[in-house]
Design a protein around this ligand. Structure first.
Ligand code: AMP
Length: 293
């Protein structure tokens, strides 16, 4: 397995491969790889000839006071997990110095997608999506993929990145992969390792909340606020969960919805703290045709 930490070396490698007519695929991650990441990697293998997994805990997407310092960094374990996939995968794992040579304070070039970060996580994590779009744009320029795979678990991130790629003509196919879950429904997350036993047991309420919202909508509920209320009630079942938001928004604009239109794709999403650990979950649902009463 090639493990590359230099942006120049990475770029030279993919340019050679591209000249050979080989289709390049990128799966960007922050490491601490779990079963969800591995499924993204397997999906990526279906979309091209060479697969690169980037591993970089990007300081620019953590707001002050968030968990940048304690975010798990386990590169050796990650490499091992990727070796187990059994394909020739390239790992691009740059250092902070490689990506931000002068440190974060001297970085002045940013990619911002306006308005789509007004709600959901964007409202609570100032600067987060600016950090994400900027690092992903850089990873695209370094790794030059034809396709890149992202998890729908980070639904707002997915919508924003797809918009960035369209608006700026990156010419990269953005593939979304459904959320991979543990047996009880909890979405895999690198942050789940921070949960103690009780928090872990109660964390299942996030997935219950979004599933309840999905069911209500499929059963013909017409009022977005009823879905929001159902998600709030589901979260309230867990004494250790502190709700940050429960929202239902248009899946493209990420703006709140007054009334559902049949055929419209909507996103129901929640974020909550279990102890110190912030978790998110969401579901995309297409509004069914109105049920005649
Ligand atoms: P992260 O390392 O958390 O930045 O995630 C890297 C990529 O994996 C992102 O595209 C995430 O959306 C995706 N991802 C993380 N957890 C899951 C999951 N449980 N199911 C599907 N994709 C995931």
């Amino acid at each position: 397995m090639d493990v590359i930490d230099s942006a120049g070396e990475m770029r030279a490698l993919v340019e050679r491969r591209r000249r050979g007519g080989r289709r390049q695929v990128l799966v960007p991650t922050m490491g601490a790889l779990h079963a969800g990441h591995i499924q993204l990697v397997r999906e990526g293998l279906r979309h091209g000839d060479d697969l690169t997994v980037s591993i970089f805990v990007n300081p620019a997407q953590f707001a002050p006071g968030e968990d940048f310092a304690r975010y798990p960094r386990v590169l050796d374990d990650d490499i091992h997990r990727l070796e187990e996939v059994g394909h020739d995968i390239t790992v691009f794992a740059p250092t902070d110095r490689e990506m931000y040579p002068g440190g974060m304070d001297t970085h002045v070039t940013w990619v911002t997608v306006e308005d789509l970060d007004r709600n959901l996580c964007g409202r609570h994590r100032p600067g987060h999506f600016r950090g994400v779009t900027t690092i992903v744009a850089r990873l695209f320029n370094i790794c030059r993929p034809h396709a890149a795979v992202f998890g729908l678990k980070d639904a707002q991130q997915f919508v924003i990145l797809k918009r960035m790629v369209g608006d700026l003509n990156f010419g990269i196919d953005i593939v979304g992969f459904p959320t991979v879950r543990e047996e009880d429904g909890l979405a895999f997350s690198s942050r789940n390792v921070f949960l103690d036993n009780e928090e872990r047991a109660q964390a299942v309420v996030l997935s219950k909340a979004v599933r309840t919202a999905e069911r209500l909508l499929m059963e013909g509920e017409q009022r977005p606020e009823a879905l929001v209320e159902s998600m709030r009630s589901a979260l309230a079942e867990a004494p250790l969960a502190r709700l940050q938001y429960a929202e239902v928004v248009d899946a493209e604009t990420l703006q709140p919805i007054d009334r559902f239109q049949s055929g419209e794709l909507v996103l129901a999403a929640v974020a909550a703290y279990l102890g110190e650990t912030r978790l998110i979950d969401s579901v995309f649902v297409r509004v069914p045709p109105a049920i005649e009463s």
